[in-house]
Design a protein around this ligand. Sequence first.
Ligand SMILES: Nc1nc2c(ncn2[C@@H]2O[C@H](COP(=O)(O)OP(=O)(O)OP(=O)(O)O)[C@@H](O)[C@H]2O)c(=O)[nH]1
Ligand SMILES: [Mg+2]
Ligand SMILES: [Zn+2]
Length: 307
Amino acid sequence: MKGVVVKSTGSWYLVRDAEGKLHRARLRGKFKLKGMKVSNPLAVGDRVEFDVETTGEDTAVIHKIEDRENYIIRQSTHKTAFSHIIAANLDQALLIVTLVSPRTSFGFIDRFLVTAEAYDIPTILVFNKTDLYDEEMRDYQRQISHMYQQIGYKSITVSAKSNEGLDEMNELLHDKTTLLSGHSGVGKSTLINIIVPDLELKTSEISDFSDKGVHTTTFAEMFEVDDNTYIIDTPGIKELGIVDIPKNQLGHFFPEMRERLNQCRFNNCTHFNEPGCAVVEAVRHNEISLTRYESYLSMLMGDDNRK
Ligand SMILES: Nc1nc2c(ncn2[C@@H]2O[C@H](COP(=O)(O)OP(=O)(O)OP(=O)(O)O)[C@@H](O)[C@H]2O)c(=O)[nH]1
Ligand SMILES: [Mg+2]
Ligand SMILES: [Zn+2]
């Protein structure tokens, strides 16, 4: 039978078959993936073939994983040589961002966008918890959204508390498989609980002490919103390590730099201190945002590779 992995704990999996029936499954024997150093061979969204057995607790055995159309990956926090596949076969990602409770940094947003560019996953910024914003913060948020919109990223504002923007968010999901990502505590599971009634996913208040989330969701899981519309809840990401991008190609994953690449004097320009660099020139003239350029430099230097 064919199916899609909707949950992966590392030791067992939940697979949805073509009729929508869920099977608890395990991976057959010694299953090795060719050439990839990943901590999880199978991720949410993977399309698999499996056999159903009549005995045992795990009733299905997965014997084949189909090639992935795309996937999103991050460096594992513990085993640095390994990467962790967050999810596969995605149509888009919504990056849930909050300016307060907790605060999401530009560095984190830009790292996520670079990763998503590298793996070809269109990303929309979703500013949540707007009910907590005062006028000044609204203004600030508009400026940030404007900055990202100018370089091609759609951005919306929502509140799981006041319901602002939730219709617009729902429309974005239609007929797609969407990954929700972001720091712990930004409201990913809370938003999914509103979008898919009766799920009752666990959520927790953020810590008063650190103003950060407490990592409530522990495994990625895909839920059906509608026929053909799926949403994936994920554990909050603390630090996002960028995987496998050579320095002289990093600029390809910043759309505003990519469009200027052939205006630099050297075609292997890293947009750092080379003469005749069109990117540095654009930053000087405020045509490229300084915060984006700072994010670029910090990734280029690899000095805070895990923020
Ligand atoms: N004021 C306000 N609180 C919100 C909003 N959305 C979520 N929250 C609260 O934020 C806290 C964290 O929400 P969760 O849904 O658990 O966050 P999460 O992103 O799933 O976190 P992890 O599972 O740890 O990654 C909860 O107390 C929610 O009630 C919002 O729009 N406004
Ligand atoms: Mg959660
Ligand atoms: Zn350059």
